[in-house]
Each structure stands twice: as C-alpha cells, then as structure tokens.
Design a binder for this molecule. Structure first.
Ligand code: BG6
Length: 488
C-alpha cells in the first residue's frame, strides 16, 4: 500500500491504527508492505517510530506491543518525495518492484490518496503516465479519500481524470460511514428480517429523521473547513449514504453492483431542488460562542484559520423528497452540525399515528407515534418506542421502549470503519465504496444549496449558540409541517 500523504493527519489518525489492528488480528499477510510518501525528509527507521507513536496515541487502536509491532514494522518504508515531480514515479516503480522480490508483494498495489485534494489530479496523471495503473502481474487499485471534488463540475472533472487512468473497478472511493458496523447493520436489519420491510413505506411511515450531531467544533481544521462547510463535509457524502441505505429497494443479492445500483436509484428518485426552493426546504447555521459539556467554546469566526466574516455553514438541515412509489409524500429530514449539544448520529423512522384513538381520556396529542431509532454512534443500538399503559386504575398512556445495545450483546469492541474498508479493498470487494454515478448524483442534489448559500442573495447566515441544537430556523422547518426534531 502506497500512501500518498504518508505523514498526514488521516494516515496518523485512521490508516496506520487500522492497518496495525488488521496485522495484529492476522488478517493481512506477513509480506504486507506500507510505503509512506510525503515531502519531509526521513529515514525508514524514523518513520517507523513515528508510526508507532501514532498507534500508541490512537483512539481506535490499543497501544502497540513488541510481539506484533516488530513484524508489522518490518514492512514499513518511507520515500521522501514530491508528488508533482513526474520523474519520481520511475523511482517509485523501481522501489515497488524491489518489494515484489524482497517481500513477495506479487505486483499487487493499492495507491492510497490521502493528500490534499488539490494533489489528486497530478498524482493520478503521473501514475498513469508511468504505466503504474496497468495490471501487469498483480492487481492495482486506487483508494480516493473524500472530498471527490468541491461541486458537481469539479467532481465530474476529477472522475474524468480518474477514468482516464483507472478502470472503474480499480477505483475505491472511500466514505468511512459505510464501514461503520451500525451502518452495515442497517442492511441486515432491513433485509434479514421479515417483519420490518412490510411497514417500511409511505403507508406506515410518516417521516424519517437523520441526524449527525457533533459536540466538537472545527478545532485545528479551520482552514479546510472554510472551503468545505457542512454541505460538502457531511451532507454530500455521509448523510446521503445513510439516506440511500434507509430508502433503497431490496437488491437481489449482496453483490457490489446490486447494492450500488439500488443506492443510485434512490439518488435518482430524490426530487432536485430549484434555487428558489432552497429557502423553503433547507436551513443553514453557524456556531457562535457557547458551552458544550460545560466547556466554553469560541464562535466559529474566532477559530484558527477562519475568516472573521466567514459565512461558511457549520450546520445544515434539509428536507428531501423522494419521488417513487415507496416514499411518495414521506419527507426525509436530514441535519448535521458542529458544536451541538451532544455527539449523536441516528436514523429515526417515525411511524404514522393510529387512525383512530379509542382511549378518550388520553388527549390525542399525548399519544406519540411509534419510533424506530437506529443509533449509529455512540451507544450503538436500536430502539423501538411504543405506547404502554401506566399501571393503575386509569387508562394513562406513556411511551416506553424496547432496546438492543451492541455493547451488551456483542461486547464493547466494534472494529473501526477503516479496518473494514481497507480489508475490503485488499480482497477486491467494492460494495461499501462509492461508485462514479452516485458521487455525481449526490453532488447534483446538493448543488442548488451550494449555489444559493454562496451567493450574496442567500441572506445572512443564522447563528446558533454552541451547545444548542442548531438555529431556531431548523425547528421552524419542521414546525411548518407540524413536526419536530427528536430530542436526542
Ligand atoms: C469527516 C468530516 O468526514 O467525518 C469531519 O470531515 C467529521 O468533519 C467526521 O467530524 C465525522 O466522522 P465520525 O466517524 O466521527 O462520525
């Protein structure tokens, strides 16, 4: 695995801990070799000890132990180089050929693009010109990190560059949400159980709420985030993945293209929003000062790398409409934000109320609708909320819940999303990766919001206090339709 961006943030926080975990669980072969490439001059030994420090500090890996670290670290190498220098790729080719002999890598290569997105095109072109995308003696795959472009036009342009060098089946566009156990379980929940699918439609579902709330701000990523915003950072990718998995039709099997075809069909069924409609179906916001978990937080505009006049959204809520037989008339409300009250990612299916209420003592607005909540993280699990009779003489009704918790059922450790996805790429299974058509469809759906919010007639950006649940306008979006966001 050649990691372009070998000393970058992603490599440090996600890739190296995941690879070490895989090695420790003996899920990758002994000859597995990592070549980190970045500009800073460094010897292999220095790189190895740096990686070990990263693993020891990583959230998603236990500290290294000598018995498993030694054999893993034997396969780690470093190449100080400039990605833009075409001549470097001839040298890279030689280095990789030497590993084929020395470490038995057999011509198999994964090129991991973990650099700034502005470097992608040069790297891809250079790999192409050096003939390194060709599968002469083994397989060659490329993993591309998000963001794939910054709008529809640039995503198309990037996809054209990628397709000029790699076949589509060599390309693995990673969205780490698809690697989360709880996200994959959504498919098992829907398609390995007989009792939910019959009610998973407009006849029984009133609406769907998908929330990805974070209780952290942009931290040191201000400069990146200024260029991104919540639409690009979360909605176009992670949130659309969750939405498609909830809304898709059952595929005939779990083969890569069967699943990805159904997901693409959902994206094609989402009603595109016109620029005039943006104000009616979407709300943006930016965090001001406030307290999160008792800690005082600066306003977004005071963060490092952020312009004091920034209009970048750190919160977005959108009402999507799916025009197909299953979902006609069922709104999908999606919201995400930074510095909110709590970290909670959840998909909630809110069912229709009973058509008639026989318990006259209970005013109808006290009887809540049934809710199925799939908690993606933290406290992973599934809850079904229903009404029950309070013990006692009178017919008092109160919501109660049935709960499934991953932690108590399966134990505390779920493997990290990157472990799953890296291994899938190694074995050549692209089911949980994004396909070219879906990436472009998702961009086309968020484009009207991008256009409107970046134009001056988008109006001033509403702010919300850090530690709240977002701007009041987001509540109004649902209140207009007599609904409200779930309190998480
Ligand atoms: C990343 C975004 O893709 O996903 C971050 O760039 C965000 O801004 C993160 O914090 C959320 O991922 P997770 O796994 O913590 O929900």
């Amino acid at each position: 695995m050649v990691i372009f961006g070998g000393s970058g943030d992603l490599t440090r926080r996600k890739l190296v801990p995941a690879l070490y975990n895989l090695s420790r669980k003996r899920m990758i072969p002994g000859g597995f070799t990592i070549l980190g490439i970045s500009r800073s001059p460094m010897k292999d030994e220095e790189y190895r000890s740096r990686l070990r420090e990263w693993v020891d500090k990583a959230e998603e890996a236990a500290p290294s132990d000598p018995e498993t670290w030694e054999p893993f670290s034997q396969g780690i190498y470093y190449l100080p180089a400039n990605f833009h220098d075409a001549a470097m790729y001839a040298r890279l080719k030689e280095v990789l050929a030497a590993y084929d002999t020395r470490r038995g890598t057999g011509g198999n290569r994964i090129f991991y693009l973990a650099t700034a997105p502005s470097d992608y095109v040069d790297i891809i072109r250079n790999l192409g010109s050096a003939g390194m995308a060709r599968e002469d003696s083994g397989w060659v795959r490329a993993i591309i990190e998000k963001p794939f472009g910054r709008d529809l036009a640039s995503a198309r342009a990037l996809n054209r560059e990628v397709s000029a060098v790699f076949r589509e089946d060599q390309v693995y566009r990673i969205d780490h949400y698809l690697g989360k156990e709880t996200v994959q379980n959504l498919l098992v929940f829907r398609f390995a159980n007989g009792i939910f699918e019959p009610i998973w439609n407009r006849q029984y579902v009133d609406h769907v709420q998908i929330t990805a709330a974070e209780n952290i701000g942009v931290g040191t990523r201000g400069a990146y985030y200024e260029e991104a915003g919540a639409l690009r950072d979360m909605i176009q990718n992670h949130m659309m993945q969750l939405l498609t998995l909830v809304a898709m039709e059952p595929p005939p099997d779990f083969a890569p293209n069967s699943v990805r075809d159904e997901k693409a069909k959902v994206l094609r069924s989402i009603r595109p929003c016109t620029p005039e409609e943006v104000g009616q179906v979407a709300v943006r916001g930016q965090y001001g000062r406030g307290f999160v978990g008792g800690r005082e937080m600066p306003a977004y505009r005071e963060e490092q790398g952020v312009s004091p006049n920034s209009t970048t959204e750190t919160f977005a809520a959108i009402r999507f409409t799916i025009d197909n037989w299953r979902w006609a008339g069922v709104p999908f409300y999606v919201r995400t934000g930074k510095n909110l009250a709590k970290r909670a990612t959840e998909i909630a299916i809110l069912f229709r109320r009973t058509p008639h209420l026989i318990f006259r003592q209970a005013p109808t607005d006290h009887v809540e609708s049934n809710v199925l909540a799939l908690r993606i993280q933290p406290d992973e699990g599934i809850t079904l909320k229903f009404e029950a009779k309070l013990p006692g003489q009178s017919m008092n009704i109160r919501p109660v819940s049935m709960d499934f918790r991953y932690g108590s059922t399966f134990g505390p450790h779920l493997s990290s999303a990157y472990e799953r996805l890296l291994l899938d790429c190694m074995v050549g299974d692209p089911t949980l990766f994004d396909r070219i058509d879906s990436v472009e469809l998702a961009w086309s759906l968020v484009q009207p919001f991008l256009d409107r919010w970046s134009s001056t007639d988008g109006g001033p950006i509403p702010t919300y206090a850090s530690g709240s649940w977002g701007p009041a306008e987001a509540d109004a979006l649902l209140a207009r339709e007599n609904r409200r966001w779930r309190r998480l």
